[in-house]
Write a protein of this length. Sequence first.
Length: 322
Amino acid sequence: MKYFTLGKEKLSKYCLGTWSLGGEKKNNVSYGNIDEIQATKLLRYAFDNGINFFDTANVYGEAEKRLGHTFKSTRDKIFIANKVGCVSFKKKLNFSKEIIKKQVYQSLKNLNTEYLDLVQLFTPNPADKNIKQCLNYLDQKKKKGVIKFIGVSLRNPIDYISLRKLYKFDAVQCNFNILDQRLLDDNILKLLRKDNVKVFARTILNFGIFTENFIKKKNTNFKKNDHRYRWDARQILLWKKYAIKLKNLSSRKIENTCYKFCNSFNMSSLIIGANTKKHIDYATTLDNEKKLNNNEINKIKKIYKDYSKNFIVKKKITIKLF
């Protein structure tokens, strides 16, 4: 396992996202149900295999509580990135001081900890007038040692251009994969490097759609307790169509290409999802660390450019911003 530093902290290159480990709780729909025993085993397996970095949120079902329970005796050996601002996937984002204060307190309680490693704003709209008071509150807690670092989880990479004017963030996470290269537009990645901000890439496999198992399926339907059920079927088929084109660029599995592509841009960390041990093993295999050559990267960019010309169909249900 490779590691990087954030301040004085040494974090694993691969971060385990916990949305899929929160189980079925009211208003939390991820990838189906997973009980506490299964989730605990996966968290411990990840830790035993070198992962000490975990990403979570208060709206990820029981994920925060499961992290707090699993690592109660080894809290100082792991790093947890959580989020604030989202009350529910079905409600408007809320960055008022009152809400943020409650969420910070609740996360401390859920995670069974006296401090929070990294608190990230949950996909804020830069125009939201409450963001300043949210950041002021979090900064006060940072100065008191309750919070170590402050970051933002972007809904769109371009939002960073506006948000950076409000605060000097320690870290940023955003979508980045073979068919979502917005991070490379408008020199955003270069700007993040210039600002000395750690960059965490998420949706590497695009919700599990960029996998051999999925692109070989004839039936692309999902169960109602799977968030992908909410996407318009045309968008799912569009992703599948272009994923197959990208798969055909080489003889390797599509998952390998996805990880190699992201690693080719020197991301600080890749946030991976998993509901089996094999998912963790496959993501962290050393071969995925090898970068793609420029020729293949350019071919991927060309296919992405063609894909971008198509109409992108939104989810049937989206997080409300206002």
